[in-house]
Design a protein around this ligand. Sequence first.
Ligand code: NAG
Ligand code: NAG
Ligand code: NAG
Ligand code: NAG
Ligand code: NAG
Ligand code: NAG
Ligand code: NAG
Length: 666
Amino acid sequence: MASSQITSCALVLLALCSAVQGAIDRHALVARFNPVRTASSTNTPMQVGNGHFAFGADVTGLQTFLPWATMSDWGWKNDSFPPGMSAADLASYRGVVWDGVQYEFGGPEPTQQWLISNPNRVNLGRVGLLFVDGDGGAANVTEEALGGRRQVLDLWTGTITSTFRWEGEEVTVRTVAAQSSSALSLTISSSLLLHGRLGIFLDFPWNDGSQKFEAPFVGVWNATSSHTTSLKTGSGLGRNVHAQVAHTMVENTFFTSISGDDFTIARVSQAAHRYEIKPRSPQGTFSIAIAYSSAHNVASSTPTQIQAESTEAWEDFWSNHGFVDVLTGSTDARAEELQRRIILSQYLLRVNEAGDYPPQESGLVDNGWYGKFHMEMFFWHSAHWALWNNWDLLERASSVYARFLPTAIERAQVQQGYPIATLEKWREVVHATADWMSVFAHKNTSTGFFDLGPPMYVVSEDTNPNVTRNPAFELAYWRFGLDHASTWLTRLGEDVPALWTEVKENLAPLPIENGLYAVYEGIPNDFWDTPTYTNDHPALVGLYGWLPRTANVSTDMAKATAEKVWTSWNISNCWGWDFPMLAMSAARNGETEKAIEWLLHPLFEFDDIGMPVGGVRVPTPYFPGSGALLYAVAMMAEGWDGSEGNAPGFPTRGWAVRTERMSKAI
Ligand SMILES: *[C@@H]1O[C@H](CO)[C@@H](O)[C@H](O)[C@H]1NC(C)=O
Ligand SMILES: *[C@@H]1O[C@H](CO)[C@@H](O)[C@H](O)[C@H]1NC(C)=O
Ligand SMILES: *[C@@H]1O[C@H](CO)[C@@H](O)[C@H](O)[C@H]1NC(C)=O
Ligand SMILES: *[C@@H]1O[C@H](CO)[C@@H](O)[C@H](O)[C@H]1NC(C)=O
Ligand SMILES: *[C@@H]1O[C@H](CO)[C@@H](O)[C@H](O)[C@H]1NC(C)=O
Ligand SMILES: *[C@@H]1O[C@H](CO)[C@@H](O)[C@H](O)[C@H]1NC(C)=O
Ligand SMILES: *[C@@H]1O[C@H](CO)[C@@H](O)[C@H](O)[C@H]1NC(C)=O
């Protein structure tokens, strides 16, 4: 009797406790920020995707009025060689030699430009809503002619639902991306279907590497004779596939396979690459799947399977990984916007930046740098996955360090002449990287220290590499890297190579001018007042912030240097991850109010659907800004090695912060 009373008492207490301390209501917080649009944006598309593949939509949920991109981590093509260039030129290409080291740039044209712009990332094609007029022809409809437009992206299931009226009738389009393939499920519901008034059109652009940036749209739609398409229907295609368009550009062919409800498909004219798809039987809904691939015989999922996959994968993403609630219980008015940025960045990074290669600056939205990986910014794009416990997503692209290692070692040893031991996934990568770092640093016989550079390009890329010696941030990062590689090896029970230790212990001291760290040793001492040096990434604030406490960095001097950056740097020229990096430095230095201000700085913008605005320097979207935001938020909310208390990077007044399944930053 007594014991059951105690038990029920305990249950009541437990219930009371969990009402206060219970799990974060993740669904409510995610759904609160479901983006809604009533008109197409000409700057950014609403997207569905899976990290390997993404589809950008206008207000119809398709690419009806605006040719947003359909892009992937596998869709690449080569241009043909320009006049005067052959495969032999490619094989014999060598770049410049600086101080006896050969770098793969600065070689002969036109080979060098071909190498820069190839392979380039392909926009796989366009899918739009086809409006059919009374006599069966294509009707010329503009967005303004559609009434009651409203589009919602349900973040929890990865579903865009777009509704509008045409000719007085309601139309609903549901757009979902597959999670295990590069496919799309489309479901149109409208009484107009009963009268044959709606269908789908496909179109295919020419893609080439003639432009470094292709934004906001990718591909050329009127160069129809530069490429070919052909249609196949009937049997002999992949399982479930009823029709397939093969799209060939030079020597690369991409396949678009259509399955689902019965339809007819026809090419509009031989001169164009446009195909029209119409439901074969009059029903109130029409569902099809459109799958993209580089092989012609792939099985297609059904629209229903794609929808189920999307719901399952997104629910898992939101429910079972890291989560931060800065909103519930906060009284600071900025909490709403910060929570919005967090949720929408999580969605967009999983759509755009979770492929098998490091992402490009603009993810799968548009093309920058010919669609190439943004490898030098991999940390800002992708390190947040670790803190948010999305190891599965981090594993995809981070595996390139092991996959590329053989060619990287060959380049360093054979072409550049650095001695590097070749060893077995991460162990080899860590070992080879630390080997290279310790032979790149060279002993200065007059000082006895190991110097970095010249030549040396620093984070800000705004100093002359030929005179840049011992840059402060890079020295601290070198020390950090060699320290971690040594710890790693020790934990594996192996001996640390003596050279690593010698270099690490004898790296040149960080350059100091007037009690503050300087960008590099020998920089003009009025550099703080010289626009040449104060207009780009302020990496000096990374000395303690982005980096944890490292040997040879005084945290007091690092803090004073960061505060000098606040007043002397041209902050109006900062962009993207600069702001989260400034926030991380402020947070580690105990300046939590300032950390929030940097995270929500007016020049660090996210649009209505959470796309990171490029700002003064780069096109939109600039995803390192989103990745860096999530890294900084994780660090400020969950803490870092050695931090104390709950949410150590947030001000104590006005903010209530709760986390689930997050990891601390180092
Ligand atoms: C492009 O050409 C290079 C050099 O010949 C080749 O290694 C690469 O596989 C080609 N890529 C594609 C997508 O065709
Ligand atoms: C740096 O030195 C190399 C090799 O001597 C030279 O080709 C290059 O133009 C120099 N770069 C600058 C920015 O001075
Ligand atoms: C479609 O209509 C718009 C505006 O009414 C017009 O500018 C455009 O030229 C028309 N296009 C065609 C192909 O008729
Ligand atoms: C395609 O359109 C662009 C811009 O409208 C124009 O400059 C170009 O000449 C056109 N190309 C062809 C092949 O028609
Ligand atoms: C050695 O270090 C001193 C001081 O940093 C520098 O002036 C000198 O140029 C360095 N020597 C060499 C050979 O790099
Ligand atoms: C850097 O730190 C190490 C200890 O880790 C110390 O032995 C060395 O003297 C320091 N060097 C400088 C230049 O401060
Ligand atoms: C600071 O950055 C702004 C924005 O890019 C630019 O217009 C201005 O010229 C820069 N100021 C200086 C002193 O370089």
